[in-house]
Design a protein around this ligand. Sequence first.
Ligand code: MOS
Length: 630
Amino acid sequence: MPGVIGVVDHRNAPRLSPLAGTFFGPDGGLLMLQDGVVPYAGCPVALVVARTPEQAKAAADALPVTYDEQPHDTHFSAGHPAARPASTVFGEDANVGDVEAELARSAVVVDEWYRTPEEHCGAMELHSATAWWDGERLQAVDCNQGPFIVATGLATLFSLEPERVRVRAEHVGGGFGSKGLCGPQLVLAVMGATLFGRPVRVTMSRHQVFLMTPPRPATEQRVRIGAGADGSLRAIDHEAAFEVSPLASYVENCVEPTKTLYAAAAIRTRLTAVPLDILPPFSVRGPGLTPGSFALESAMDEVAERLGLDPLELRLRNEPAAGPVSGLPFSRRDLVACLREGARRFGWADRDHRPRTRREGRLLAGTGLAATAFSTGALPSSASITAEADGSFTVAVGASDIGTGARTALIAVAADALRVGTDRIRMRIADSDFGPAWAAGGSRGTASWSWAITDAAAKLRERLGDPERPVTVTADTTRVLGGLPPRERHAYSAIFAQVTADPATGEVRVRRLLGMFAVGRVVNPLLARSQAVGGMIMGLSMALHEEGVRDRASGRQVNADFAGYHIAAHADVPDVEADFVPDYEPDDPSGIKGVGEIGTVGTAAAIANAVWHATGVRQRTLPIRVDRVL
Ligand code: MOS
């Protein structure tokens, strides 16, 4: 066909190393076009390279593909016979005290199942990469959340020395987890560039992004909470099952909030993975904690209901003095401040806690809240700073700005550390040649990169003596973190929601969302507030709209586009208020905790609890569709 340069498939594709992976282990999902097996519906079977995108699309559509059907299983349930304990890089299952004995002596016990569906990152920018060979060096411009980590993965995958691979990602239109790894677009572009000896650009369609980039796994979670008549928690038992692929290890760490949020005489957590013939799930927007917090914070609301207690008061009465499972001190814990200040601004004190008691015209109205924590910290990163002859400073760090404003925030951090104005900082980011750096992920980007920049700035100032002196001096650092006191470090939030529900149609509208956050030092209030608001909107979207639907017969996601996979649009989003209580992380040189994902985590439960308050109907399955409200 016109313009076609060639086709890559399992017969001619470059061989890939199975050693490439994630911190969960090897990732077989990356091993595309290596054999004739199609492990999941949507997996690429060939890449057509042509002169123009239109020619490539036309040729790909014309490509004859034949296959035999194999038995497959894509239907998730916690009771699936293949369910197995999930070993976790996040630590052991919690097993403190005697859960059964404490439940038996509780005045009230809540024992419920909570379910969340497959969810997709939904970044606006389609996954896209351009790769070419520059002599012996592989060059790529990609969209990802961490060019150094992606370059390292790419080198392993294609068995190249790391110095021979350079990946840049200077401009990224959203990631939310889906661009945290070496993506299919990049692997396929490198294959094309290698086979055909020319630059190759691969841009996925929206449909392909849904079918080929990792979703948040569906979860089914059983939460049992026992409490005394005074509201003190006796036992929390949280079992979370999630779907995985046999191709790659992944742990949806739903139980992190359960291990840290409340004091209880007994706490037990269990994580269970169910392997299915689906594309490997991975981190999406507050991975693990977001579905986990929905279950825990919904169950807490049910405990308050049964006790006839203010759900705010229930949380205040179970504030732990130290990590309830770890026994470690908290570096700084400001959850109570978030709850109290949020309640004051929201007007929580006037709430009648009985459900279905408020109306706005013909609509039912209600309010709800949720609290949460998100672990924070910094991971090894490097930075270099050059004092230029004209008095400016060039700062290079392998950070990625996926739309959060990381570049802007880091300019402020560098200016602070160098004690000069921001107008003298030239910030260069997102190039694997800048050295090891953590990704824009895990809510640890700003903390990790700032640590490296602060360290490099200190070295430079030492070397320069007088920073006004016009010389060119570079200071490099690879910050190896360690030696921190053993403590629990978390960001905290309290989210308050007000909703209406239409008793005739079941339609839920969120009228007001308010979040109070403790995120350590706020580097840039405008950006941090935007991040928190954006996260809360994602939580709203999760609560009311998002649901990846898989066809059991074909194993294929049937709503793999924005027409079928609904996300909150402007009209769904009310005024969102987000603010920060004074906070500072004592174990971070810049006082930073992290603001990345804390906005998302608690929001769905706050909304679900508000829907119960409005309607008297518990929402234990997301999204809160009209058929689940009536
Ligand atoms: Mo994120 S889901 O920490 O990239």
